[in-house]
Design a protein around this ligand. Structure first.
Ligand code: NAD
Length: 510
């Protein structure tokens, strides 16, 4: 039986309609259609593929405000954030592909050693086939559409399974693709929840690109392992922010407040652990407290902070805050979220300890726990004492120190004197270390990750044989001993006997 998903505006409780979940048979059918569409799409020129992206960019620019409003309705985020982080980031990424995809996907010549003369070598980036993209609810538009576009540019056909929590954005993405008349089967949006995601993995796509929680990522990787399907996992975070005593304190306070509370803290790269040098802690705390108290919370505009998107997430935030308060933490602003409201007041917690859930597990809500440190070494140790490693930030006026600390952090991405923003540069690869994920997307390596790197070595084919081929001779053995010494060892070991052998073997090639 087909399950029905209801679509809801979390900020107002308004019903936005309902949607049928895809059945396993529909999932299989979609994958089969994507497979049929693959040969034509993968051999369509890159210029033509990019032409669809250009059309999409124009469509998004022309309809950006309307699309942002719909994303706000699905998530409860303020419209400015929807526009800035979902529309702007997407069109910026499209432009990046329009400008740089040729270079990133072009055959890449590489050097070939003299021993392999006269061969030439290059890397060819070959589309993989059908790519499955499974996406989350916190940035339901861009975290779905950017991986989809990356896979398409690289020549794959794509099945997207967006999050059921923000199902209306899945519909929106479908509309956007039909507005640019993508060829049949090239992009399919499958609506549904966990079961649809499982069915998609079971339908054996050629690559799975997953963004979501660590728990789901592990399940997907285990299911994919059955068929050795390559997976890329963009998972959760517990990002540290380190503020040194020589940082621009007001800037750092503004950065902390935005980094912790943007999108109601439902950001994989939110500041979830703040470490401040003890010398500046009192001044810094005063600044972040004032700035947090000044935040306006409402929907859909004239506010900095909107509502939460997922009621399930509110339960997790409550649990973390509750446990911290019970164990002696102090809520300087905000406090224990109410269980019957989708709005959580931005909360600053002090007197927290490393063993509290609020410092160990991903909270994914508007909560900023703050601790102090005394030395650089202690700051690095505290920041690295997490199973996650997605993003981190270092705040200091001393460039050398900031760079030194940045390099010591176990984190896929690091910002210096800023937060979250590394994601905004499409030239930079993005991804996590430790439990925050496997693989990179964005940047050249992120686009190439949607291809197989095929190595091609090309011999002109004019000689009758090679040094290493049959029949084996004593001269051949001496040739390799001679070449090894000549190229990598001691010249004095190369004697007349080996040189003679090399010469005779050389003549045997023709
Ligand atoms: P989630 O893991 O619950 O769900 C993500 C997607 O997986 C949804 O589409 C869901 O329907 C699907 N899914 C669930 N179970 C599945 C299964 N067994 N097989 C296949 N698909 C399945 O995550 P969420 O709650 O939607 O998103 C929040 C999480 O995502 C947070 O942990 C956050 O940090 C993380 N996240 C990471 C990044 C990143 O880039 N690293 C970005 C945004 C969010």
């Amino acid at each position: 039986m087909m399950a029905v998903m209801s679509m809801l505006n979390p900020a107002t409780g308004e019903q936005l309609g309902s949607l049928q979940e895809a059945t396993p048979a529909q999932v299989e059918d979609a994958v089969a259609r994507a497979r049929l569409a693959f040969p034509a799409w993968s051999t369509t020129s890159l210029a033509e593929r990019l032409d669809y992206l250009t059309r999409l960019r124009h469509y998004l620019v022309d309809h950006g405000e309307e699309i942002a409003r719909k994303i706000s309705e699905a998530t409860g985020k303020v419209t400015l954030e929807a526009y800035m982080t979902e529309i702007f980031v997407t069109v910026d990424t499209i432009r990046f592909y329009e400008k740089h995809a040729y270079q990133m996907l072009a055959d890449q010549p590489v050097p070939t050693s003299i021993v392999l003369w006269p061969k030439k070598s290059y890397i060819h980036y070959k589309p993989m086939g059908v790519v499955a993209v499974i996406s989350p609810w916190n940035y339901p538009f861009q975290l779905a559409i950017i991986p989809v576009l990356s896979a398409l540019v690289a020549g794959n056909t794509v099945i997207l399974k967006p999050s059921e929590v923000t199902a209306s954005t899945g519909l929106l993405i479908e509309e956007v693709f039909s507005a640019v008349s993508m060829p049949d089967g090239v992009v399919t949006v499958l609506h549904g929840g966990r079961e649809a995601g499982q069915a998609l993995v079971a339908a054996r796509p050629d690559k799975i690109f997953f963004t979501g929680s660590v728990a789901t990522g592990k399940k997907i990787m285990a299911a994919a392992a059955e068929h050795l399907i390559p997976v890329e996992l963009e998972l959760g975070g517990k990002d540290p922010m380190i503020v040194f005593e020589d940082a621009h304190l007001e800037r750092a306070a503004n950065g902390a407040v935005w980094g912790a509370f943007t999108n109601s803290g439902q950001v994989c790269m939110s500041v979830e652990r703040l470490f401040v040098h003890e010398k500046v802690y009192p001044d810094f705390l005063k600044l972040v407290t004032e700035k947090t108290k000044a935040l306006r919370q409402s929907y859909p505009d004239q506010a900095e902070v909107g509502s939460m998107t997922s009621s399930q997430q509110i339960g997790i935030v409550r649990e973390h805050v509750n446990e911290a308060l019970a164990a002696g933490a102090t809520a300087v602003t905000g406090g224990l979220p109410s269980s019957d409201s989708m709005y959580i007041a931005p909360t600053i917690l002090t007197s927290v300890t490393s063993d509290m859930k609020i410092m160990r597990e991903e909270t994914f809500g508007p909560v900023l726990p703050i601790m102090t440190f005394a030395t650089e070494e202690e700051a690095v140790r505290l920041a690295n004492s997490s199973p996650y490693g997605l993003n981190a930030s270092v705040w200091s006026g001393d460039k050398t120190k900031a760079d030194r600390v940045a390099r010591q952090l176990d984190s896929g991405n690091v910002c210096i004197n800023d937060v979250i923003i590394s994601y905004a540069n499409p030239h930079l690869p993005f991804g996590g270390v430790k439990q925050s994920g496997i693989g990179r997307y964005r940047g050249p390596s992120g686009l190439q990750a949607f291809t197989h790197s095929i190595s091609v070595i090309h011999d002109p084919g004019k000689r009758k044989r090679e040094f290493n081929w049959y029949p084996y001779t004593k001269d051949q053995e001496l040739t390799f001993i001679g070449l090894t010494n000549l190229l990598y060892g001691k010249l004095q070991n190369v004697n007349r006997r080996t040189l003679g052998a090399i010469w005779r073997e050389f003549k045997r090639l023709f």
